[in-house]
Design a binder for this molecule. Sequence first.
Ligand SMILES: [Zn+2]
Ligand SMILES: [Zn+2]
Length: 185
Amino acid sequence: MDFLRYAERAADLVNVPLEDEDDLRSHLADRPWLADRITSSDVRALRRLQRDLRPVFLADPAPDAGGDGPGAAATEAIVERLNTLLARHPVSPFISGHGEAGLHLHVAERESSVAETLAAEGLMGMAIVVCDLGPDRFGSCQAAKCANVFVDTSPNRSRRYCSDRCSSRANVAAFRARRKAAAPA
Ligand SMILES: [Zn+2]
Ligand SMILES: [Zn+2]
């Protein structure tokens, strides 16, 4: 498995509307073996997970005054929250050789519910991002009226938008604002 991909899936999960089982089914459209097993309690559990994960993406690990690494307070908050959630959603790793992927690790037992599987994957992915890439890799979209979160895998940690769509929307808005400012009153 690809832990970065799991972290990105966790961000996707935080971003999707989850009103009912259909919403969850369309979120899992590319993973039919999970989509086929969805129950209403998965939807409830994952709504809670969305609320639990969002603050990790919103914590701003800007450097402390005078420092250059991620700020200590935000780092501590991110680590503490992820550790609490890892304890709440225990990970049960096992080796699998299905499909063409060769032997690889899964993080939730076959009998685990869909919600437990997604929680274990997302939390392991995010924990590994924190340890391997740093706690300043989580972010939220800077476009007006967008609340989406993301994992920043850009080389210089400069990602500001959740999508190309938001990025170009923000560019157009900035262009209009400049043109309006330059126009004679
Ligand atoms: Zn697999
Ligand atoms: Zn956005």
